[in-house]
Design a protein around this ligand. Structure first.
Ligand code: C5P
Length: 354
């Protein structure tokens, strides 16, 4: 903690919260500025004030934090936090550019209400986003060179300008795959139907609504020489046969005629030069056989089966319970976070493609 940090929070509070020792002074333990950085894999400065950013950019070493920075040789992350006018200041920007040129990763700041009562860009990034950056810099880049297109979320099929058919998909599995693939060094394009999830950083994002928009976006992204396509989206299977240009007037009972949507996976798997294709099969019941047949029919290389009726699996939860089926066998996984499931799918891809 710097002296400024101690004006806001006491070392005791952070000691209790972290259940760990808090260091505040360069001289309380004479060699701490060498021994602490030597033990660390990653150094995070959060929040990073304009003053600390300037000191780090210039190599000024007048407290424990700035001296640690000079002796530290690992990955470095800063999460700036200041008034929006200060953040827009040319000197601050120049110092941040200098730190970026040293390989320091910047997270945030975000727009919103600031401590000074003003609104603007200057809020420290959310702790969850800082944690994600830490995980990202520490992850081995075993997917470097891969161009991965991932679809996520539901699609909406409109019957008129205000009404649509959709499904319960939240996008969580697809977004977890996108973040995991990005963290492992892949160049990721995430094509997402409507979702409440925050758009992840560090990847190309294409927002779509309907199945036909998703198909167009997938075909375009795959044509950019994608090496892998992961279809995690819950594409609507049916679409109203006609779409009314005006809101349909309620007159009583109504029958809705539906046609099937184009199968996105099949339009890619039938191409001569095609990426490695991973699909999903969400079923209500234990039907891995049905998933395996789907993989064969749609000419996929791997399919991830899950029974959405099982506790801790399926829609809108942070965990999943899946079985990975491919040409070489079946791997049944226990209940785990969707990020861990994503990693297991990517591990299996590396294993069977090798
Ligand atoms: O047949 P089913 O919809 O269960 O197949 C699921 C797999 O096929 C998923 O990977 C899904 O993203 C994909 N799919 C598709 N185009 C559709 C419907 C599903 O690519 N129209």
């Amino acid at each position: 903690m710097t002296e400024a940090a101690r004006q806001f929070v006491t070392p005791l509070s952070l000691q209790v919260a972290s259940q760990d020792r808090v260091y505040t002074s360069l001289f309380e333990e004479p060699m701490a500025h060498i021994s602490l950085p030597a033990k660390a894999d990653v150094m995070v400065v959060a929040p990073a004030t304009a003053n600390t950013i300037a000191k780090l950019a210039l190599g000024i070493a007048d407290d424990l934090l700035s001296t640690c920075f000079l002796s530290f040789q690992g990955k470095m992350i800063i999460a700036p936090s200041m008034n929006w006018k200060m953040y827009e200041n040319r000197t601050v920007r120049k110092n941040l550019d200098t730190l970026a040129s040293f390989g320091v990763l910047q997270v945030g700041p975000e727009a919103g209400a600031l401590a000074c009562g003003e609104e603007g860009t200057g809020r420290m990034a959310e702790p969850a986003d800082i944690l994600e950056a830490i995980r990202s810099v520490l992850t081995p880049k075993d997917l470097a060179g891969e161009k991965i297109v991932i679809t996520a979320g539901p699609t909406r099929e409109y019957l008129d300008p205000v009404r649509f058919i959709s499904n319960r998909s939240s996008g969580k599995m697809g977004y977890a795959l996108a973040r995991a693939a990005r963290d492992r060094g892949a160049e990721v394009t995430l094509i997402s139907g409507p979702s409440c999830l925050k758009k992840p950083d560090g990847l190309a994002f294409v927002g779509v609504e309907t199945a036909s928009e998703m198909r167009k976006a997938v075909v375009e992204a795959v044509a950019g020489r994608a090496t892998v396509l992961i279809m995690a989206a819950a594409v609507a299977d049916f679409s109203p046969k006609t779409k009314s240009a005006k809101k349909i007037v309620k007159t009583g009972e109504m029958a809705l005629a539906l046609s099937t949507t184009p199968d996105i996976v099949s339009s890619v798997s039938s191409q001569a030069e095609r990426p490695f294709i991973i699909g999903f099969a969400a079923e209500t019941g234990r039907h891995p056989g049905r998933a395996a047949a789907k993989m064969k029919n749609k000419k996929m290389d791997m399919i991830v089966f899950n029974d959405v009726t099982e506790p801790g699996a399926g829609f809108d939860v942070d965990t999943n319970r899946v079985e990975i089926i491919d040409g070489k066998g079946r791997t049944k996984l226990g209940i785990m976070s969707k990020y861990e499931v994503a990693d297991a799918i990517l591990d299996r891809f590396i294993e069977i493609r090798a």
